[in-house]
Design a binder for this molecule. Structure first.
Ligand SMILES: N[C@@H](CCC(=O)N[C@@H](CS)C(=O)NCC(=O)O)C(=O)O
Length: 208
C-alpha cells in the first residue's frame, strides 16, 4: 500500500499506526505540506482538499484518515483486529470515533495551534482561546475517564481504531506543554501511557 503523507501529520500517523498493527510496511511517499506539495495537481488528484494522508492500494485510491483506518482493518487480515465484535461492539467503536472527531479533536487542535504551531511560526498565542478549549476538553476527558474506569481501551477491552484516533492529538498536547490537562484523569493518563507504549505507535512516530 502506498501512503502519501507527512511524518509529522496527525492523520498520517493514525494510518501508519494501523498498518503497523497489521504488520504491514507501507510504501511511504512524503508529501511536504509545509512546502505546499499538498496543493500540486498530482496530489489534488488523490486528495481534493490538498491534505494528507491519501492511499493507493493497488489502484484503489482513498483519502480521509478515518475511512482509511476502516479500510486497513477490513482488508488486512493479519495482526490486531481493530474493530469491536458484533453490531454492538462495532457501534461502540463508531461512537468513540465520533467523540474523537467532533468533541475531542477540534478542542485539542485549538490548543495545539496556539501552544505548539504559533510559537514555532513566531505568532502570538491567544491565551483566551487556550483557556476556553481546555475547559471544553476537560469535559470530554471526564467522559473518557468514566469509560476508561470500565474498560481497558476507549471502546472496550481491545485496542481499536477508536484508540488510534485519539493518539496523535494527545501526543501533540504533551508536546505543546499541556500534558497537565490529564492529571485530573488518572485512568485516561494510564490508558495513554499503555497505548503509546505499543510498538505500532513507536513505528508511526519514528521512535521504533
Ligand atoms: N479529515 C482529514 C484531515 C487531514 C488533514 O487536516 N491533514 C493535515 C495534516 S494532519 C494537512 O494535510 N494539512 C495541510 C493543509 O490543510 O493544507 C483526514 O482525516 O484525513
Amino acid at each position: 500500500m502506498k501512503v502519501f503523507g507527512h511524518p509529522m501529520s496527525t492523520c498520517t500517523r493514525k494510518v501508519l499506526t494501523a498498518l503497523a498493527e497489521k504488520g504491514e510496511k507501507p510504501d511511504f511517499v512524503v508529501v511536504d505540506i509545509m512546502k505546499g506539495e499538498g496543493k500540486t495537481p498530482e496530489h489534488l488528484g488523490r486528495q481534493p482538499f490538498g491534505r494528507v494522508p491519501a492511499i493507493d492500494d493497488d489502484g484503489f485510491q482513498l483519502f480521509e484518515s478515518r475511512a482509511i483506518l476502516r479500510y486497513i482493518d477490513e482488508t488486512r487480515g493479519g495482526g490486531t483486529k481493530l474493530h469491536g465484535e458484533g453490531a454492538k461492539g462495532r457501534a461502540v467503536v463508531e461512537q468513540w470515533v465520533s467523540v474523537e472527531t467532533s468533541e475531542f479533536t477540534p478542542q485539542a487542535m485549538k490548543i495545539i495551534y496556539e501552544k505548539f504551531f504559533h510559537p514555532m511560526m513566531g505568532k502570538p498565542t491567544d491565551e483566551a482561546v487556550v483557556a476556553a478549549a481546555r475547559t471544553a476538553l476537560e469535559k470530554v476527558c471526564a467522559t473518557m475517564e468514566t469509560q476508561l474506569g470500565k474498560t481497558e481501551y476507549i471502546a472496550g477491552n481491545t485496542f481499536t481504531i477508536a484508540d488510534i484516533g485519539f493518539m496523535p492529538y494527545i501526543e501533540y498536547l504533551f508536546a505543546a506543554g499541556q500534558g497537565d490537562l490529564f492529571e485530573k484523569f488518572p485512568k485516561t493518563l494510564a490508558w495513554w501511557k499503555r497505548i503509546s507504549e505499543r510498538s505500532s505507535w513507536k513505528t508511526a512516530t519514528g521512535k521504533g
